[in-house]
Write a protein that binds this ligand. Structure first.
Ligand SMILES: Nc1nc2c(c(=O)[nH]1)N[C@H]1C(S)=C(S)[C@@H](COP(=O)(O)O)O[C@H]1N2
Ligand SMILES: [Mo]
Length: 317
């Protein structure tokens, strides 16, 4: 792994970030709650975020994360909770044939082979930043289909206010499921207008190659203005609903993970700050670039902030 001799993955686990921040605060301050409040942030050197995108947000000019890092440093808990586990274990995922169930508040529903599901869709190129709530981010060239183009074909009814997504869950193919780290199947959801936003992509590949298993083959969501966990992998079900769907991380820790999960440097996760991040973007020998400030909506505010007009983003985190 490229990172073995450099910064170890464990260096940026939530716990160690938390511990380091507590060390910065110093022994003089007794209350761990102060660490939770993010008081130590000013002492961490943070560079300005120079993110630069095309006006539609479809392509960032930021330095791309190397293919080898995109495919070896992953979160895909169905294959284990370690960053190297998905690359090591996801070969056992069978991606062909692949069936997607479409159900709920729509005129057209049913089970579709992936080829039929994607029929007549034009695959587009996007280059998006994706920021994990753990404090690291990547810049990935994706290929995929705007989710809106696909959803329209199923003619959602006026009752369809949300779209729920479900990942494949098969204990025989996914050895990490045995650990029950989160409630399976992995599930996520979007409000209808978020799902229909032109930035929201159903990705089928990256770097011009079919989606690697560890990145969510054969089809996964990419929602660049939300924390990485919203970008659900290996999707087998799409369900239109009138009510807000349950999501795995919210079910596990409702005070830590809200439904919206928009990248927001002003609202800290209870255990660690969201004010800054480190890019996995180095072309040199380091895996993690220097710490930079995190931008509201991950830098996509121009495109998406209007979706949340009038909403208190502290309440609807
Ligand atoms: N099914 C499923 N989807 C998932 C996850 C997961 O564990 N299972 N992890 C999420 C998290 S926390 C992140 S940060 C991104 C990571 O995507 P990547 O490995 O392609 O960079 O996938 C998301 N989608
Ligand atoms: Mo994540």
């Amino acid at each position: 792994m490229a990172y073995v001799n450099e910064i170890k993955p464990s260096d940026i686990t939530p716990e160690s970030v938390y511990r380091r921040r507590r060390e910065l605060i110093g022994a003089g301050l007794a209350s761990p709650l102060l660490a939770l409040a993010g008081c130590s942030e000013a002492k961490v050197p943070v560079a300005v975020n120079t993110a630069k995108d095309s006006p539609d947000g479809f392509k960032t000019l930021d330095e791309k994360t190397r293919f080898e890092d995109v495919t070896s440093y992953n979160n895909f808990y169905e294959f284990g909770t370690g960053k190297a586990d998905p690359a090591k274990n996801a070969h056992s995922l069978i991606t062909d044939p692949w069936i997607i169930q479409v159900s709920g508040e729509a005129e057209v529903t049913g089970a579709y082979h992936l080829e039929k599901f994607l029929k007549d869709q034009t695959v587009q190129d996007r280059i998006y930043r994706l920021r994990c709530v753990e404090g690291w981010s990547m810049v990935i060239p994706w290929q995929g289909v705007p989710l809106a183009n696909l959803l329209k074909r199923f003619k959602p009814t006026s009752k369809a206010k949300y779209v729920a997504f479900t990942s494949k869950a098969d204990y025989r193919q996914m050895p990490g499921m045995a650990y029950n780290s989160i409630p399976w199947p992995y599930r996520e959801g979007l409000r209808m207008d978020e799902a229909m936003h032109p930035l929201t992509l159903l990705a089928t590949g990256l770097y011009g190659k079919p989606m690697p298993n560890q990145n969510g083959a054969p089809i996964r969501l990419v929602v660049p203005w939300k924390y990485g966990f919203k970008s659900i992998k290996s999707i087998v079900r799409i369900h239109f609903s009138e009510t807000q769907p349950q999501t795995s991380w919210n079910m596990l820790q409702p005070d830590e993970y809200g439904f919206y999960s928009n990248v927001n440097p002003a609202v800290d996760h209870p255990r660690w700050s969201q004010a800054s991040e480190r890019r996995i973007a180095g072309t040199g020998s380091k895996l993690f670039a220097d710490r930079i400030a995190t931008l509201p909506f991950n830098g996509y505010a121009t495109q998406v902030a209007s979706l949340y007009k009038g909403m208190d983003l502290r309440k609807w985190f």
